[in-house]
Design a protein around this ligand. Sequence first.
Ligand code: LRH
Ligand code: MN
Length: 424
Amino acid sequence: MQIEKYKIEEHNQGLLKEHRRRYDFAAAGLADAEGLLGKLVEFQVAIPSWALGTGGTRFGRFSGGGEPRSLEEKIGDVGLLHALNGSSGAISLHIPWDIPKQASSIRALAAQYGLKFDAMNSNTFQDQPGQKLSYKFGSLQHVRKEVRKQAIDHNIEVIRYGEELGSKSLTVWLSDGSCFPGQLNFRQAFQNTLEGLKEIYAALPADWKMFVEYKAFEPNFYSTTVGDWGQSLLYASKLGPKAYTLVDLGHHLPNANIEQIVALLLMEGKLGGFHFNDSKYGDDDLTVGSIKPYQLFLIFNELVDGMDARAMNHATDLGWMIDASHNVKDPLEDLLQSVEAIMLTYAQALLVDRKRLVAAQQGNDVVAAQELLQGAFRTDVRALVAEARLRAGGALDPLGLYRAGKVREHLIKERGAGTVATGL
Ligand code: LRH
Ligand code: MN
């Protein structure tokens, strides 16, 4: 289902007067409103193909109906999100959940919606039907060479699919690890994994990147072979210039200072990108900014500071991706909320007066430094983000139009109430 342009314009007409009042007030207080808007319009967030259906846990899964039945329908759903907010201009595929049977037609279909293909994701954390060797005891870390080879071959196959689609990066998340002390030789597991990643790295096209995603625990609950930023950085440094770390916000131990991790990885030139979500306890994969919005702001504050220090292009030099799972919300509404949270937080981070912040830090004026950050975080930037959407041809109120357009009802009528999308 698509939302026609005229419906978006009609929707905006009804909200324009109030929006203008709010925008003029918000822009009046800014030194360079046009500059900020330009950055917001350029900034695109990739939508995970595996999060367009209802997620679940081992205790249950409660489908909301109308879920996409094919990669084509998934691209349609992301196209709808992008039409509504103008900031979801890419889709990140997971193989084999979303194998592009006819890459050229899939690529053409995505282009129709203005979508690009962001990082490809491999999967050696599940055994597929008919798979020769099991990943029960890991993949690249596995004690048996033939299991490691099977995992290496799969990752290279994923790169080949990505090349056909115009993707430029591969994300490798390994569930490898152990559940009990004594089960694993940590050094051997590291060496096996590094050898495997080297073979995958060697298969990367010249202009590709490899993202090594770390995670503290789950599905292994004693050790994880790529368990934290330090281990991921170790692999990425030993692999070479095309290898980077990937920060999934939910993959840290409680109270980890993620903004400091981000600052240091960026300083080292080894930060590749993000899987945005939020969490209160573990890898909860909740809506971005729904639990710890100030932490998200502090992360974007370090990103803007660190990227400007390296003269990086905010929109294109890092991988901006969502990785979430929707157990109780409509997946498309949840994703609209997540993209909105990212755009609002990026806008607030752009408001920080960095010259005055440096002066406060140099003067050990702790209060002034905190006031500068919290001042930006407490600034209502919703009208600025809405104006960027308007200029990108999107809706002033994406969620409002999604609901007024009864999109989910249409999708259920079109696809049925019991369809199940591939993914988590
Ligand atoms: C692992 C992870 C990884 C994906 C998977 C769907 O927790 O974050 O990025 O492959 O979720
Ligand atoms: Mn992830």
